[in-house]
Write a protein that binds this ligand. Structure first.
Ligand code: IPM
Ligand code: MN
Length: 348
């Protein structure tokens, strides 16, 4: 086994705090496996932008490309105008590295409190398209600031882009016990894109005959995520619907402090990127209060992606055990304490 060359983008706010713990757990998971980790830190985010005006240069991108994977903490700061780092850094990484599968598990671990009275057995995964939709920046505004302003954000959906993410979602569904795929869209209104998604799902279903398919409009999907989340197994949806649904998924499975994600390039033409769903949380940054669990679960997704399934399982098991014990804990632990406890559990 060869060493993992990991690009680390700790980023802003609590990003640096949670990434430190993620790396600690990664080291613990790999101890004795013969696989080492070497990390390269990339200074990206608000500090860099203030100092140089740069978000992500071609030189940064080329350097990142030479790595096996990326671990990202969080990007964004109130001192930077909205959209600058989101578009110029985070989305640029996802687009440039062709992260067309944005994988976001929605799993309610035993012992974790859900705001739902009767959540049931919640264990689904959202396959959110990562490179198209309204996120591409295809749009524009005219007569800005006047009563006659027109502002357009065009959602781009290509046959190529839809088919490749749908095929990935089918493959994931086929590998799960329930083998169920739910397409979420809004084809009663968004007729052009909606029908492309629907036709594509129908066509690709022929390659995966044992996968059961159903369909929900996105508004109805939000109802079922609250009233009957256990009905979901794999959800496939576009970039924006996926963004919104996965925050709701996080809310019903214990909150954003536990929600992990993987931005995957399934063709492996560039490194995939692993990041907690939460943001930089400037309100609690620097206080050692952030829960590093979402990052640690993202590390498990990273290990899985690199084929280190035993180690990935060990990390997830450690998180499960830690979460199961939280209800009876006498106090809330700091970021570093949670990281240390998880690393100790992983080390066994
Ligand atoms: C997420 C975030 C990003 C997104 C933002 C920060 C651009 O909300 O990762 O879910 O919309 O994808
Ligand atoms: Mn989001």
């Amino acid at each position: 086994a060869r060493d993992i060359h990991l690009a680390v983008v700790a980023g802003d706010g609590i990003g640096t705090e949670v990434v430190e713990q993620g790396l600690l757990v990664l080291d613990a998971a790999l101890a004795g496996s013969g696989v080492g980790v070497s990390t390269t830190d990339f200074d990206l985010g608000a500090r860099r932008w203030h100092a140089t005006g740069e978000t992500l240069t071609d030189t940064d991108l080329d350097a990142i490309r030479t790595h096996d994977a990326i671990l990202l903490g969080a990007i964004g700061d109130p001192s930077v105008p909205s959209g600058v780092l989101e578009r110029g850094l985070l989305l640029k990484l996802r687009f440039a590295l062709d992260h067309y599968v944005n994988l976001r598990p929605g799993k309610l671990f035993p012992g974790v409190a859900s705001p739902l009275a009767h959540p049931g057995d919640v264990d689904f995964v959202v396959v959110r398209e990562g490179t198209e939709g309204p996120y591409v920046g295809n749009g524009g505004a005219i007569r800005v600031g006047t009563p006659h302003e027109v502002a357009n954000e065009v959602s781009v959906n290509t046959a190529f882009g839809v088919e490749r993410v749908v095929r990935d979602a089918f493959a994931r569904a086929a590998a799960r016990p329930r083998k169920k795929l739910t397409l979420v869209h809004k084809h009663n209104v968004l007729v052009h894109a909606g029908h492309l998604w629907r036709r594509t799902v129908e066509a690709v279903n022929a390659e995966f005959p044992d996968v059961t398919v159903d369909y929900l409009h996105v508004d109805a999907a939000t109802i079922f995520l609250v009233t009957n989340p256990s009905r979901f197994d794999v959800i496939v949806t576009d970039n924006l619907f996926g963004d919104i649904l996965t925050d709701l998924a996080a809310a019903i499975t214990g909150g954003i402090g536990l929600a992990a994600s993987a931005n995957i390039n399934p063709d492996r033409t560039a490194p995939s990127m692993f990041e907690p769903v939460h943001g930089s949380a400037p309100d609690i940054a620097g206080q050692g209060k952030a829960d590093p669990t979402a990052t640690v679960l993202s590390v498990a997704l990273l290990l899985d992606h690199l084929g280190l399934h035993t180690q990935a399982k060990a990390v997830e098991d450690a998180v499960a055990a830690d979460l199961a014990g939280r209800g009876s804990a006498e106090r809330v632990r700091s970021t570093a304490e949670v990281g240390k406890d998880l690393a100790a559990r992983v080390a066994g």
